[in-house]
Ligand binder design. Structure first.
Ligand code: PEP
Ligand code: MN
Length: 350
């Protein structure tokens, strides 16, 4: 691991689901002694459609316990209800996680929090399916109020209606908001559920590390092609170990005076550019107001779709020729457009 200041990412790895004793033990054997902090395997699987493999349930606990005693790995699984949490406490698991579908539901989170009480197990809270920072914060608060001491966060991306490169949209800014809300809690990234495909797990892991995340939860299966759930996104053990070897861990850099000096000139120029951007946005908004006044006089509708398509086509072209990501530029202009329409509406309604 190439980590300049000795910071090592916290690693959770293991199959999406526990499928059989052989599959659990074979995957655990290949991860043993390789720097994995927690071995994962889902026992109760929240499947989108009925009729798919829904996990071994509580009878899979013994396979996890056997993996721990044979291979010295700490073990964890997903809990989606109070009874799952109770079964895990009784079995003596080292950690559990609350999955994205469950974090979405405050009733379930509350039940789980009450069942866990002031337990010693570590509880990881994945982000909710929908991009709602408050819901994620609320889940952590419920666990804290119930007395859970050891907490961690897992960013696995957010469901998106639009077709995107990944299974779940990263929306890294929401994870950043969560770190701001709970600065002392470790934040891991789950590139497997975020990406949805094995070939993007590495790029997402690198991104997470360069954003200063504390670790990763990665789905690793002894034979991904035969997996009963999430086959396309699981890595074979050797792929996972090679990826981890190559990961560069970014150090935070905050409070590092030498680093601060080395980028001071760039930051100063960047601040100047930010001022110019704000100034230009103000000028653009002023033009919007003038146009709104004309629309009002002429009784013309605020939203002019053809004009907007033209604007977007033009900025996409400019983005491409400027070497910028078109999706990024589109999202900036969507925001500018929304603010402009809101401003024009308020003028016309006066
Ligand atoms: C999982 O970790 O197997 C899982 C179901 O994840 P998520 O809750 O992120 O979908
Ligand atoms: Mn999965």
């Amino acid at each position: 691991m190439n980590n300049p200041d000795g910071r090592v990412p916290f690693l959770i790895a293991g199959p999406c689901s526990a499928e059989s004793r052989e599959q659990v033990l074979s995957t655990a054997a290949s991860l043993s002694g390789k720097g994995v902090d927690l071995f994962r395997a889902g026992l109760w699987k929240p499947r989108t459609r009925p009729g798919n493999f829904e996990g071994l349930g509580a009878r899979g606990l013994e396979f996890l316990l056997e993996a721990r005693s044979l291979y010295g790995l700490k073990i964890c699984t997903e809990v989606g209800s109070a009874s799952h949490a109770e079964a895990c406490l009784e079995a003596g698991l080292d950690a559990v996680w609350i999955g994205a579908r469950t974090t979405t539901n405050p009733f379930l989170v509350q039940e789980i929090a009450s069942a866990l009480g002031s337990c010693a197990v570590t509880v990881f809270v994945k982000n909710p399916i929908n991009a709602d920072l408050q819901l994620w914060i609320g889940a952590v608060e419920r666990l804290q109020k119930a007395g859970v001491k050891n907490l961690g966060l897992v960013h696995r991306g957010f469901s998106s209606y639009a077709a995107i490169r990944y299974r779940n949209s990263p929306q890294w800014q929401i994870a950043a908001g969560m770190r701001r809300a709970f600065p002392s809690l470790p934040m891991l990234c789950d590139p497997s559920h975020m990406g949805g495909r094995a070939d993007v797990v590495e790029e997402l892991s690198r991104r997470a590390m360069s954003l200063g995340m504390d670790g990763l939860m990665v789905e690793v299966h002894c034979n991904p092609r035969e997996a009963l759930s999430d086959g396309p996104q699981q890595l074979a053990p050797e792929e996972f170990l090679r990826m981890v070897q190559a990961l560069k861990v970014a150090r935070s850099g905050e409070g590092d005076a030498a680093f601060g000096r080395s980028v001071a000139a760039y930051r100063e120029r960047m601040d100047g550019i930010d001022e110019a951007i704000i100034d230009l946005l103000g000028q653009r908004m002023e033009l919007s107001r003038l146009i709104a006044a004309r629309k009002k006089e002429e009784g013309v509708s605020v939203l002019q779709l053809a004009r907007w398509d033209e604007v977007m086509e033009r900025v996409r072209r400019l983005a491409r020729s400027g070497g910028l990501d078109t999706e990024f530029v589109e999202s900036v202009f969507d925001t500018i457009h929304a603010a402009s329409i809101a401003e024009q509406n308020s003028i016309i309604e006066k």
